[in-house]
Design a binder for this molecule. Structure first.
Ligand SMILES: Cc1ncc(COP(=O)(O)O)c(C=O)c1O
Length: 397
């Protein structure tokens, strides 16, 4: 890759590009932005001697609920158990069906199985890569009790359509917002758009606790039951009084201290993601066979991922070939996700087969996530874009 051809752009801030031992540029897909504030906050908790769930978790819950605009937020150990506890707290269990997308991280549909219910997949809309409301409607049965929508890559789903579908069928709308911290739909934040929602604070997310999760809801009953489930089913305040089977799904004050600092920085970190995404849009526009993330009216993307689609017949190379070429130039990319969920054993056991969801199947062979996080400056983004342009120029469609 000829460095001289690289577009020079002013970075969105002062971050300087990273290089390897030989001085070659390296653009990593994700890197948590941890500063002195986080280090101080964690040290404070460690010094306090109270390091399990305590006042920091409470403070994090209050701040996160205020940020999302919900009445409640319940902190948990990670996003997967938050999904599990949310489903149980919403009353979902044996014999119930939950309609969801086949294009997501496995935790989404695994959590439905963990709750004892059946995930019923419906195909995605290839233009947004989110669950298609019409396909979801066609998947409803008398046993359907919830729609579990995923704001994939940080792009909010078509919530108006899902809400009207839910009203007609008396269904719950549950959001998997694990990739959508700060995303908005018609001015309201992800996490406040349904009956309950889940977030993940895994290390690569828009904000992180290392590991962590959160349930947000307006519903007093769901919040109360989720709090009970995370603590072995103990009544809140009733030590060693177990109301039902529960778990140890608690978050620690160490993680919550990190989360409080990260939440404060989330708006500026998301602004940097937007700046980087806008730069990609400008520098990658018009490349045949390279489909950029959609812009959806009324929906503000959180750009957890900037995921493009590589259409081989027009681009000249397939997704994997482009990923390998970028890797040779020091650019790390991600594939979210290489296969749709319905082909994995826990779901083929339910009768699903390759061929059931053609949109998700096709798209999973085309998607490529480019580095977009706040750890990158404009020069990094311009370098990635220049690398892609150079590959595209030499590819033969
Ligand atoms: C869409 C989605 N759902 C659920 C999860 C699970 O979150 P965690 O990794 O914190 O368990 C993730 C995180 O990777 C995710 O991206």
């Amino acid at each position: 890759m000829r460095a001289a051809r690289m577009h020079r752009e002013a970075g969105p801030r002062g971050a300087s590009p990273r290089t390897d031992a030989e001085g070659r540029r390296m653009v990593t897909l994700a890197r948590p932005c941890i500063g002195m504030e986080e280090k101080r906050a964690v040290m404070e908790v460690l010094d306090s001697g109270a390091i399990a769930q305590g006042p920091k978790v409470l403070a994090f819950e209050e701040s996160f609920a205020a940020y999302c605009g919900t009445k409640h937020a319940v902190a948990l150990a990670n996003g997967t158990v938050a999904l599990h506890a949310m489903l149980l707290a919403a009353g979902i269990g044996n014999g119930d069906e939950v309609v969801t997308t086949p294009l997501s991280f496995a935790a989404t549909a695994n959590a439905v199985l963990m709750a004892g219910a059946k995930p019923v997949f419906a195909d995605i809309d290839p233009s947004t890569m989110n669950l298609d409301p019409e396909n979801a409607c066609a998947a409803l049965t008398p046993r359907t009790c919830a729609l579990l929508v995923v704001h994939l890559y940080g792009l909010p789903c078509d919530m108006d359509s899902f809400q009207s579908l839910a009203e007609r069928g008396n269904l719950l709308v549950l959001e998997d917002s694990c990739q959508a911290h700060g995303a908005t739909y018609r001015g309201r934040r992800a996490g406040s758009l349904g009956d309950a929602a889940c977030f993940s604070f895994y290390a690569t997310k828009n904000m992180t606790c290392g590991e962590g999760g959160m349930i947000t809801t307006f519903d007093d009953g769901i919040a109360e039951r989720a709090r009970r489930l995370r603590f072995h089913g103990q009544d809140n305040g009733g030590k060693y009084i177990y109301r039902e089977l529960g778990f140890n799904y608690r978050m620690t004050d160490i993680a919550a201290a990190l989360g409080l600092c990260q939440l404060e920085k989330l708006p500026s970190m998301n602004d940097l993601r937007h700046t980087n995404a806008s730069l990609y849009r400008r520098l990658l526009a018009g490349i045949p066979g390279l489909i950029l993330p959609p812009v959806v009216q009324g929906a503000e993307h959180a750009y957890h991922q900037f995921t493009v689609r590589v259409v081989r017949k027009d681009f000249g190379l397939d997704r994997d070939e482009l990923a390998r070429a970028l890797s040779r130039s020091g650019v790390e990319t991600g594939i979210h996700y290489p296969l749709p969920l319905h082909v994995y054993p826990q779901f083929t056991a339910l009768g699903y087969r390759w061929g059931d969801f053609p949109n998700a199947e096709r798209v999973s062979g085309e998607v490529l996530s480019l580095p977009v996080g706040p750890h990158l400056c404009g020069e990094d983004i311009a370098y990635v874009a220049a690398c892609i342009r150079e590959v595209a120029e030499h590819a033969v469609p």
